[in-house]
Design a protein around this ligand. Structure first.
Ligand code: HXC
Length: 519
């Protein structure tokens, strides 16, 4: 008699067992929780990944990973609440993790964290971008310090990968407490309005400690983290929009720091008359985004952090098919002054471009740094120094166009020749001087103005004299600080040719462990 007849169960068909287990993993938190997820306007982890990668390109790794901690029923935790693997975006490889809120609230335990670390390690080793999709109740309470340690291991890998591979995070649900720091360590954060929330301490804690009442959305929703804190780079209306945006961004970036960004077919810019765009009155604003659109390939400009420090515009574009980072003072907001937030926005963007071999175009029209005690006490010296540091450190091709005002320290800061610009152009409307005509006349002609019978008239006259003498591009051009004064209509031609010539630029800095950017 065979053993099977003695009551020993038959060996299961190995394939049937595999498919039974796969089905359990695919079911994740079960139909009820999935329905609740959909009612909340959120997709599941696998639905999100399917929308992110090219159709059919995703391969999941670690599907059989389960929690091993006491207090968590492994049967309740398929894939340990996070889907990890690799796929392709526009045919280019990418690693992904997506937390699934339907499994234990997407909470992060030891093995959940280990799965994320696995794709971080693989992405770094292979030089592939990593996209993280966050939707989680945070540290899995039952797993205690093992969960905390898991976060630490993730933060460390985020840091090691920084500047080597693009790391993009989508926030599509709760992301609270220390959990926010993995997204914050990545290059770009995309948040979905209405469902994404990021905060260190939630509304209840804030009310208990400070008495302040604030809703979760107002505290840490997409618009709050985009506009108020500058933590998020993009706020969008749905999971679908977020994932389409991430595909678009990945398409503009190299896979890693050793590659160049992909080329696209060049396109003519929008038909915008640059000759008449800058008003003759230096105190009249205009929208610098029109200048950008009049220079770069049509429909290619993708602004970052729109709504935060809008006195400075930054974003990715294409110039005759080449990827380009654009930095521009915005005279419409705070007259285009540089303040603390604009400095941080600028420095981080320039370093992002430099890390990923994206040339930087800087459009200058700034009267200087924003005055005030709030700025001084807030550390504008320290924050403004980041701008100098980022530009001086960057080795990518750097092109600068002075549109109008470029005064004093801000002239230097906005990628001047002294900071290493490779091509510096000025429009005939440019005013490059140590300070604006009003301030300058008041100082150097103070006595004459004071002693005049009609001080106001003399002041006006002295301002006009100063303007005629200094507030134009030709003094700077005569010293070689400006390479060419150009007709605005020729700007694009100059930049296209300049960039094409600079693409093989190689510049080295002294070897060091790392710099000490004033943080
Ligand atoms: C274990 C959790 C969990 C957690 C949620 N769940 N958060 N399980 N650990 N941290 C489970 C719930 O028990 C529930 O299980 C399911 O996930 C869905 O949660 P709900 O509360 O029903 O959902 P919702 O009403 O949408 O509320 C979501 C939430 C809330 C706001 C995220 O769950 C919440 O406040 N969770 C606790 C958040 C928290 O304090 N986390 C620790 C933060 S400390 P069932 O079985 O009912 O579906 C931290 C430190 C990190 O993260 C430090 C790193 C340095």
């Amino acid at each position: 008699m065979s053993r099977a007849h003695e009551g020993v169960p038959p060996v299961p068909d190995p394939l049937a067992e595999l498919y039974r287990r796969q089905a359990a993993v695919t079911a994740m938190g079960g139909p009820e929780r999935i329905a609740r997820q959909h009612q909340a306007g959120k997709w599941t982890a696998r639905e999100r990944i399917a929308a992110l990668v090219d159709p059919g390109s995703f391969e999941e790794i670690g599907a059989h990973v389960l929690p091993r901690a006491g207090g968590v029923d492994p049967g309740e935790a398929p894939a340990d609440g996070v889907v990890t693997g690799f796929g392709r975006v526009d045919g280019r490889p990418v690693y992904v993790y997506a937390q699934d809120f339907t499994v234990l609230g997407g909470s992060l335990g030891e093995m959940h964290a280990a799965k994320i670390q696995r794709v971080q390690d693989l992405a770094l080793k292979t030089g592939c971008p990593l996209v993280g999709i966050n939707d989680s109740g945070g540290a899995r309470i039952q797993e205690g310090v093992d969960a905390l340690n898991g976060y630490g291991e993730i933060f460390k890998r985020n840091t090691w990968a920084s500047g080597v591979i693009p790391q993009i995070t989508a926030i599509m649900g709760p992301c609270a407490g220390g959990a926010v720091y993995s997204p914050a360590l990545t290059d770009l954060v995309v948040m979905v309005r209405g469902t994404a929330q990021m905060f260190i301490t939630g509304p209840q804690v804030i009310q208990a400690v400070t008495g302040e009442q604030v809703s979760a959305e107002d505290l840490g929703g997409a618009d709050a983290q985009l506009r108020k804190s500058g933590v998020a780079h993009f706020a969008v209306d749905s999971d679908a929009e977020a994932l389409a945006l991430i595909r678009e961004i990945l398409g503009r970036l190299p896979a890693n720091n050793l590659e160049d960004p992909p080329l696209r077919p060049g396109r003519d810019p929008e038909a915008i008359d640059l000759r008449t765009l800058v008003p003759p009155d230096p105190n009249k604003p205009y929208d610098v985004r029109d200048v950008i659109r009049g220079i770069v390939d049509q429909d290619s400009f993708l602004p970052f952090q729109e709504g935060y420090a809008d006195n400075l515009v930054v974003g990715l574009a294409y110039l005759d098919g080449h990827a380009l980072g654009v930095v521009a003072n915005q005279p419409r907001v705070l007259a285009g002054t540089l303040d603390i937030n604009a400095s941080d926005k600028l420095a981080r963007f320039v370093r992002f471009c430099d890390a990923f071999n994206i040339p930087v175009l800087t459009l200058v029209d700034t009267p200087g740094y924003l005055p005030g005690t709030a700025q001084e006490y807030g550390g504008i010296i320290r924050h403004g120094a980041k701008v100098l540091y980022a530009y001086a450190e960057a080795t990518v091709p750097k092109l600068t166009v002075v549109l109008r005002k470029a005064y004093g320290g801000a002239y230097l800061a906005m990628c001047s020749r002294a900071l290493g610009a490779d091509l510096v152009l000025a429009w005939p409307t440019a005013e490059i001087a140590v300070m604006g005509p009003d301030g300058a006349a008041n100082i150097i002609y103070r006595r004459e103005i004071q002693e005049a019978a009609d001080p106001a008239a003399v002041r006006r006259q002295k301002v006009a004299e100063y303007r005629a003498q200094f507030a134009h591009p030709y003094v700077a051009a005569s010293r070689g600080y400006i390479d060419a004064v150009v007709d605005p209509a020729d700007t694009r031609r100059w930049l296209v040719r300049g960039l094409a010539t600079l693409l093989n630029k190689r510049e080295r800095r002294p070897a060091k462990k790392h710099g000490n950017i004033p943080l």
